[in-house]
Design a protein around this ligand. Structure first.
Ligand SMILES: [Zn+2]
Length: 207
């Protein structure tokens, strides 16, 4: 259970953290499967995790994101190429063992030792999970802005190209440069300078 962005380029998750710095995933065989350094599960031939540690070995949580290294494909389709990168959030969410010690503002979450691996599923705790989601959002938001800018610039380029095609069609239909200029709110000469054969198609020569 995690979060995704609009394009599916970012996949946010909460990882469990072990004392040796390794990350772990959800519940498997009553314990916590250990991830490889790249954040992916190491599995054997049968699809089982290579290593499962007891719930007691988890010392906390960290927000993580798996995402494509760069923009591939276009803005309408996220294409993952190569190995996904692992981003981890700045907060180490420390495990505390009694409810009295819990302090979400200080990054402390209670999961008692007497509980089972399921108690480590902070995904089931709306309050903590919402704070973690916020952390992931701050990672994704800059990407959304740059994508917005790029998408808008592309729309401008597309629109300019469409006008060029419409002017071509108008000329083929017999409209004069004066007609085109009038439609564009500029002079005949300005229209010719902008869309005429020597400005847009210098190699084509005089038409
Ligand atoms: Zn990401």
């Amino acid at each position: 259970m995690g979060w995704g962005d609009e394009l599916g380029r970012h996949e946010g998750h909460v990882l469990r953290v072990f004392a040796d710095g390794r990350f772990g995933g959800g519940v498997e065989r009553g314990g916590i499967p250990v991830y490889a350094a790249n954040g992916l599960t190491e599995t054997d031939d049968r699809g089982n995790s290579v290593q499962v540690r007891p719930a007691a070995a988890v010392i906390g949580w960290r927000v993580a994101c798996f995402h494509a290294p760069g923009y591939v494909g276009d803005d309408n389709l996220a294409v993952w190429s190569g190995q996904p990168q692992l981003w981890t959030g700045p907060t180490f969410w420390r495990r505390v063992y009694s409810p009295a010690e819990e302090d979400l503002g200080a990054g402390q979450i209670c999961a008692s030792l007497s509980g089972d691996a399921g108690d480590l599923c902070v995904e089931d705790r709306d309050d903590a999970f919402e704070l973690m989601h916020e952390e992931w959002r701050t990672h994704v938001v800059p990407d959304e802005h740059t994508r917005s800018i790029r998408r808008s610039l592309q729309a401008v380029t597309d629109a300019v190209h469409r006008v060029d095609l419409e002017v071509d069609a108008a000329r083929v239909a017999g409209l004069t440069w004066a007609d085109v200029g009038k439609a564009a709110g500029i002079t005949r000469q300005a229209a010719h300078d902008r869309w005429g054969p020597t400005s847009r198609h210098p190699a084509a020569g005089v038409r």
